[in-house]
Ligand binder design. Sequence first.
Ligand code: GAL
Ligand code: ZN
Length: 671
Amino acid sequence: MTIWYGGDYNPEQWPREVWDEDVTLMQRGGITLATVGVFSWARLEPRPGEYDFAWLDDVLDTLHDGGIRVDLATATASPPPWLAKRHPETLPVTEQGVRLAVGSRQQYCPSSPVYRERARQLVTRLVERYAQHPALELWHVNNEYGCHVSHCYCEVSAAAFRTWLEAKYGSIDGLNRAWGTAFWSQRYDGFDEVEPPRAAPSFRNPTQLLDFDRFSSDELLACYRSEVEVIRAASEMPVTTNFMGFFKPVDYWKWAREVDLVSDDTYPDPADPISVPYAAMVRDLMRSLGDGAPWILMEQSPGAVNWRPQNAAKAPGQMRAWSYQAVGRGADGILFFQWRQSAAGSEKFHSGMVPHGGTDTRVWREIEQLGGELQRLSGPEVGLEGSRVPTQVAIALDWDSWWAVEQPASPTSVSYLETLFAWHHALTSLGLTVDFVRADADLSGYRLVVAPTHFVATDAQLENLAAFAEAGGTLVVGFGTGITDEHLHVRLGGYLGEPLRRTLGVWIEEFAPPAAPDLRAVGGGAAPPVALDGDVLGGAASGAVWAEYVRVEDAATEATFAEGALAGWPAVTRRGAAGGGGAAWYVATLPEAEALGRLVTRIVDEAGIELPSSVAHGGRVEVVRRGGLVFAINHGADEVELVVEGTDLLTGSGAAGLVLPSQGVAVVRPE
Ligand code: GAL
Ligand code: ZN
């Protein structure tokens, strides 16, 4: 076993003699795994039914001879132009009715039986030919499902949507009830009248939108399954498909059960100051999707990307520092897009491990350095790969809630992800590592669970969260939770839902979000904050996004709204659980970062969660524990001194007092 190191390898862009040099360089760089064939369909099947595998045989053999393992892609991510030429109906259609064209990539309708069948034929051939190839380590199905085309509104998709709805509701009456079509004259007389939620005069039916989001995620999953079935019939090798962090269109909880290994593509923006904590949240998600098992960073960029309006280069050492963030948070592999930077095509200005400038370059030297280090960190003596990241804290994550809370015609504009991030960041700033969980998962392994904005909640989810607190856990519930059931029908009689109302000792009477931003203001204007007050927030503070009238039945008010009509109404409440130990908090707004930090400190402290103390963790130093090791990463601009007892495995030096330069990393085995 090893910590995998490598990247997307697209040798079909280069003449044959380059391939030998590639392998030599890979060996020099410590590369152990190459992802091959991701966009090779047009080369593998130049004409329908005519396959050309000779070049791929050569690639795999060459890699194998060089000792490089292969993550073999199924090549179905971008159909060749001939598919659209013969079957124009395989091209996807937008909600405005625009049919997308060939000449880019991913131009297929996920529901298209023609696309799926062609893809299966290709995968069948690939599996026949390479299942026993000695270089094969992993199957890489398709690529970034839904990345460019997640929802398709064509006639083929419409028919598939109807079938999906019929299976779900059984009868058109069931659909009419669930969708609330009694309003706005939307009653359907039969499934044949139902369409995807295409561009419409005003708000589209909310439950139709939500079901279409669910359907679209399921259709992509069906594409994945159809390929995996072919692979599993003839190969024992593990299967993955690369996820994209917090990717709204695809419900990764559903998908994660069907991959043998979670893998992720993440491209944090070096120019964005929140990239580091945000990427930490993404890594925590990837670990959580696999129930804590190691995952692989399948793609990151060695330097700049080319798809932002401005493409910042990574600072010296930043690629390495961010890679260790992933390893510290559970990754057993660090891979890149792509091996050799393209000379032509849409991604020629996207960095590669071997840059345009060749190997006498900063990027290559950093690639080589990290490769060498990961080799030294691999192996049973170190005990890194396969090891787990201990956590006591979890955040509930739910795609239905994400889809629904961001729909139009809602109380206010909430960014689901920003809300989650605010909580995650507050917790990680204390040095804690955080898992993500489904609200109906077994929560008994955690001491603290936060459910920020769990907008769409099933009865089972509400019961599960409540039961966690009743059993002695500490539960924190954020605004916008338990507002509707799974059909987007509002829970009547006071928002929150019965189980949480009991456990939290509060209910919500009315939403009163802060005024909208003043769009005439110079610079666009930010939404005015809501004033808050309470010791638990550090005194006077502000909140944003949401505010509401909270009715207390059986809880202590820990902070209040402080101005305007809401003045004096509860903003943060706490109810100690009857059985002792646990507590149930309700937070009716999004407190500003500093106040949220104070609140979280109090909650964590009260929950008896010990904060890591062996290492100075303030400022921009990220500290994570994995297995028996401590990862310390200095993301700041200034050097820092760390207090840690142990040996830094990267330098071999004893580390009572370690000095970490900017972007410096230590992997410490404590004494
Ligand atoms: C990913 C994709 C890669 C490459 C990369 C560039 O979304 O999977 O093929 O395009 O972005 O950053
Ligand atoms: Zn379609």
